[in-house]
Design a protein around this ligand. Sequence first.
Ligand code: NAD
Length: 496
Amino acid sequence: MTRFLEIARQTGTVPDLPSGHFIGGRFQQSSNGAEMESFDPGRAEPFARFARGGLADVAAAVDSASRAFDDTWRDMAPAERGRILMRAAQAIGDNADRLATVECLDSGKPYSEALGDVGGAARAFEYYAGACDKLQGDTFPLGPDYIGYSLHEPVGVTAHILPWNFPISTAARGIAPALAAGCTVVAKPAEQTPFTALLLAEILHDSGLPDGVCNVVTGTGAEAGQALVSHPLIDHITFTGSVATGQQVMRSAADNVTRLVLELGGKSPVVVMADADLDAAADGVIGAIYENAGQICSAGSRLVVEASARDDLVDRLCRRAAALTIGHGLCDTQLGPVNSAEQLARVAGFVDRATQRGIEMATGGSVTADPQTGAGWFFEPTIALSGAAEDELVQEEIFGPVLTVQTADDAEHAITLANGTRYALVAGIYTRDFGQAHRMARRIDAGQVYLNEYFAGGIEVPFGGNRHSGFGREKGLEGLLSYCQTKSVAGRIAGA
Ligand code: NAD
C-alpha cells in the first residue's frame, strides 16, 4: 500500500499533519500560538507548518511526564508495559506508508530508505517490548546472616533531543528503551523534521500508552531544546546531534547534575585491504557514504585503502557513484537532496576550498538539482583524492555525499590513518584475512566495527561513540540500562 506516497506525489504534502505539540495525550498549540515552516528539501519549498514551542510548552510537557511517571507508568506491571510497546510496534508497521512518506518529505531521503527507517523503528519497539519483564537485578553473596540484591529502577523523566537526519529512527531508539525501563518521555525533534516524532507519539498513545507518558514539543533548539535540557525535573538527557551543541547541552546538564548520553558526529574510516573482495567493498563504500546523501553520523566518509588496491577500487567507486540516480525522495531515487540550504552551502564550501587547495575530485564536486524539476538542494556524489592527514577534508565531518580517499602502505599504517581524527564512532574493515580483521577491530578506536559489511547489525547491538563522537550507548540491552539506576539493598536478616 502506497496511498500516502501517491497523495504526496500529486499534492506535494500529506493530509492531516499534526500542527501542535503532543502533550498529555493530545495535540495542542503553542501557548503563544507561534508556528514555523517545514521544508521539502527535494523542492526547496515549505510543505507544512508546525508549532514553535517555548518555555511554557516545555514546562507543560515536563509536568505532564512527571505526573505520568508517578501516577501510572513507573508502577505498571512490566509485562503490561511490554504488551503496550508490542502493540505500538505493530501499529508503526501498519502506518509505514504514512510515516515513510512524511519522513521522505521532511528529511529529503528516498522513500525506500525512509521505509527502512520506519521498519527499524517498529523493530526497536518490538525488541524493547520483549525486554520489559526481563530487567532483572542481581543477588550478592554476603554470607548466611545477610541478604543483598539490586533493583534496576527507572531514572524518571527523560529528555530526547533528536537530529534531522534520522528523525524516526533516533526517536524510536531512545524512546522505546526509556519506556521499557519505566521512564516517561519528552522528545524535541529537530526543527527541520518535526513530524514523525509527533505521529509516533500519537501511535503510542493509540496503542494504549497512558496520557502524559510520551510527550513531544516541537520548535527550535535555542528555544524548546534549551528549555528542555535545562529543566530541573529532567532526570536524563539523550542528545543526538553535533559536537558543538552536545557540548552546550552538557553544560546545561551540569547545572542540574542531569545524567546524559551524547551521540555526536563522526568521520568514520572504511579500511579496505588489498586482499578484500573489491566488488563487495565497493558496494559497501557506496552505501556507507551515499545512503541518506551522506548525512549519517556513522557514514563511512573516509576510505582508507591499501596502496596496491587503490586505483582499482577508486575506479569501481567512480563508476558506481556516477551511475547513481539523483532526484526527489518521493521518486525513490538512489541519492536524494541534502536537508537544507545551509547544509548544501556547508558541503559545497568544503569541496570548493579543497579544490582551491589543489585536491582532485575523482568524480562529482558540484551543487546540482533534481533533473526532473531543476529544483531542490542536491550535491553530486563526490570522491576526493584527499591530501594530507591534517587536511580539513580528512578531519572534519562534512555530512554530505563526499568521500575522501586515504592511501595506506600496510595494515599498521591503515590503523594509524583510521585513528587519525578526533572522532571515534564507527569503522569498517574489508579483508579476507579474518585474523587481520579481528586484530584491526581491537586496535581501531570506535564504538562499533563492521567487518565485511558496512552498517552490519541492528537494534540488538549497542551503538555509540568514543572521544568527540560522544559517550554512552544506545540500542541493545546496554541502551536499556542507560534509562535505569541501580539500587542496591543489603542488610542483616532479622533475628540472625
Ligand atoms: P544540531 O546539534 O544542530 O541539532 C541537534 C538537535 O539539537 C536539534 O533537535 C536541535 O534543535 C537541538 N538543539 C540545538 N541547540 C540546542 C540547545 N542549545 N539545547 C538543546 N537542544 C538544542 O545537529 P544537527 O545538525 O541537527 O545534526 C547533525 C549532527 O548530528 C551531525 O554532527 C551528526 O553526526 C550528528 N548525529 C549523530 C548521531 C549519532 O548517533 N551519533 C546520529 C545522527 C546525527
